[in-house]
Write a protein that binds this ligand. Structure first.
Ligand code: SF4
Ligand code: SF4
Length: 351
């Protein structure tokens, strides 16, 4: 009889790559401490090799940072290479280069010619000391005209008059906004508490971002972009170091990682309920208040006792099967949704 699969099979949403953490802005909420004094950057030869590996394990790549347009020529060559290897290419940028409509069009034209299909422009009250919201708006409109996907990501504080006025689809038709709360991590952890929407309840959410690992210039490969700045060395969401082993091996291993599957399927709270049936290792994991699910996840995964308990629970055959089934179900649902099969009456139920 054929054996059942024993590992979850994860398809990444995208793989992020940071060519450097240098940024010409120094936003007070920046989750990974990017800024003008950051010196970590990736050699082009390394970046091209890593992109080849990414193309074997993902359909999508996202260039992030730092501000990768500070190394524009290197970025354009890396994007072209990614496109030539069949990857769908996206970019996160603060949009500093869009000083005029002509300048914005010129840069977008170069990016598109090098394979860019979508861009996320960061603009919010934390970017205001450095950038201009009008530039973000006309860049978004130009993207639309040029057939590029776009979103303006607005990190909003708990009360945020700028975000309230700026995120206005009636005033800016055709512009896509994504309003997200500020996470109390990285440089943002020094902001006054009033900036955060806090809740006393444990955040009960699953995590999509766990399907988007990030490859960093210092060699680290982490399960998600951003919160990794808070991971201690023993945190299992550190997936490996591309300076020590091949990125193919690291990503292949991550695609069968039960912790990633569990974070995506049932989230930290689901994992806690699995562990509660086994031991009390998660009892000390409790903050007075949370700004998001990542704080809970980091507290669990930075705690060696919880990490050991998770490893043994994920070895249980019934848990393994649930994770495989859950991952397959989620990904089938996404596939059906993206291909508009969910309009069929038999697929009306959401997972
Ligand atoms: S939030 Fe973005 S623009 Fe601001 S410092 Fe960080 S990387 Fe730079
Ligand atoms: S919940 Fe965990 S895996 Fe997901 S983004 Fe937050 S820290 Fe990363």
């Amino acid at each position: 009889m054929q054996e059942l699969a024993t590992d979850p099979v994860i398809n990444f949403r995208t793989v992020g790559i940071a060519l450097g953490l240098r940024c010409n802005y120094e936003c007070a909420h920046c989750i990974n401490h990017s800024g003008p004094s950051q010196r970590d950057s990736m050699d082009e030869a390394d970046a091209l090799r890593l992109i080849e590996s990414i193309s074997r394990e993902s359909h999508n790549i996202c260039f992030t940072g730092g501000e990768s347009l500070l190394y524009k020529n290197k970025l354009l060559r890396c994007m072209s290479s990614a496109k030539d290897q069949g990857l769908t290419v996206s970019l996160v940028s603060n949009g500093f280069w869009a000083t005029t409509q002509e300048a914005a069009r010129e840069t977008l034209t170069e990016l598109k010619a090098s394979g860019l299909t979508g861009i996320c422009i960061s603009m919010d009250s934390f970017h205001l000391p450095f950038g201009n919201p009008e530039h973000a708006l006309y860049t978004a409109t130009l993207c639309r005209e040029m057939g590029l996907n776009h979103v303006i990501r607005v990190c909003a504080a708990a009360t945020d008059a700028f975000a309230d006025a700026f995120v206005n689809v009636d005033k800016h038709p055709g512009v896509n906004f994504q309003r997200v709360p500020v996470l109390r991590m990285g440089r943002a952890s020094t902001l006054p508490i009033e900036h955060f929407k806090t809740k006393q309840e444990i955040p009960d959410q699953s995590c999509d971002t766990a399907l988007a690992p990030i490859v960093l210039p210092n060699g680290k490969v982490q399960a998600c972009c951003g919160p990794g700045v808070e991971f201690n060395d023993a945190n299992p969401l550190n997936l490996g170091d591309w300076r020590e082993e091949s990125l193919d091996v690291i990503l292949k291993r991550a695609r069968t990682n039960p912790l990633i599957a569990a974070l995506h399927n049932i989230g930290p709270v689901g994992i806690i309920s699995l562990l509660n049936g086994v031991d009390g290792s998660t009892k000390p994991i409790r903050r007075a208040e949370y700004t998001g699910v990542c704080e809970l996840c980091v507290d669990m995964c930075n705690n060696p006792r919880v990490v050991d308990s998770m490893a043994s629970v994920f070895e249980q055959p019934n848990v393994k099967l649930k994770l495989i089934a859950g991952q397959a179900y989620q990904q089938c649902y996404t596939f059906l949704e993206q291909n508009q099969f969910l309009d069929l009456p038999e697929f009306k139920q959401e997972p």
